[in-house]
Design a protein around this ligand. Structure first.
Ligand code: TMP
Length: 220
């Protein structure tokens, strides 16, 4: 993990996140990378946000189900941070401390974009809260980039009952899409943009190569 922009890992642990708009295929890619790394002998924890720990999963249900207007934007930011803090304490930090590779399906970039970029005036609150209660960034982030129209059709077709954000519509997904690409441009060392419009296996191979190169490059 990175703290204050510097690597703090004194062991082999690494935090890797997958980001993207709803229906981008990032969960499939997170699972595929976890499997590939496990097959290569790495100790891997695959997890997700919001969720990834018992308390955080309870908060997830409050966030992703129900009416889109259920929470004010500020309350929503607090709930995402509460879930993330629990995830960090109970799952991520213990796994990193024992040298595991943690692959998380979403992390703080999602809050920056869904809550921060979608409502620009709230980005300072998102950043301040992150600095106060989370304070770390992934070592590496794969942004699965996908056309919002195609992604939205796929996301809603799933009818998972967790559609609170997808129900906000195409214009919202387009804003998210641009927000994620801007974030990638601002963080070129950490965020890799991956073309999600290709066949699933081709994307997985691309991600696995980039991950392997990254692991090799950090070996002393
Ligand atoms: P998922 O579909 O990737 O499981 O994520 C659930 C929803 O929660 C998705 O629509 C994105 C949204 N979300 C935020 O709005 N902010 C966040 O910080 C996170 C982690 C997710």
């Amino acid at each position: 993990m990175r703290k204050g922009g510097k690597f703090t890992d004194s062991n082999n642990g690494a935090l890797v996140s997958f980001e993207g708009i709803d229906g981008s295929g990032k969960s499939t890619q997170a699972r595929a990378l976890a499997q590939t790394l496990q097959d290569r002998g790495y100790d891997v924890v695959l997890t997700r946000e919001p969720g990834g720990a018992v308390g955080a999963e309870a908060i997830r249900r409050l966030l992703v189900e129900g009416d889109p207007d259920r929470w004010s934007a500020e309350t929503e930011i607090l709930l995402f941070n509460a879930a993330r803090r629990d995830h960090l304490e109970k799952t991520i930090l213990p796994a990193l401390a024992s040298g595991k590779i943690v692959i998380t399906d979403r992390f703080a970039d999602s809050t920056r974009i869904y809550q921060g970029a979608a409502r620009a005036s709230l980005r300072p609150l998102v950043d301040k809260l992150h600095a106060l209660v989370i304070g770390i960034e992934p070592d590496l982030t794969f942004l699965i980039d996908m056309n919002p129209k195609a992604a939205l059709a796929r996301g809603l077709a799933r009818r998972s009952g967790e559609d609170r954000f997808e129900e906000l519509g195409l214009e919202f997904q387009e804003r998210l899409h641009h927000g994620f690409l801007d974030l990638a441009r601002d963080n070129p060392g950490r965020i890799r943009v991956v073309d999600g419009a290709r066949p699933v296996a081709e994307i997985s191979t691309d991600v696995a190569h980039q991950m392997q190169d990254w692991l090799k490059a950090r070996t002393p």
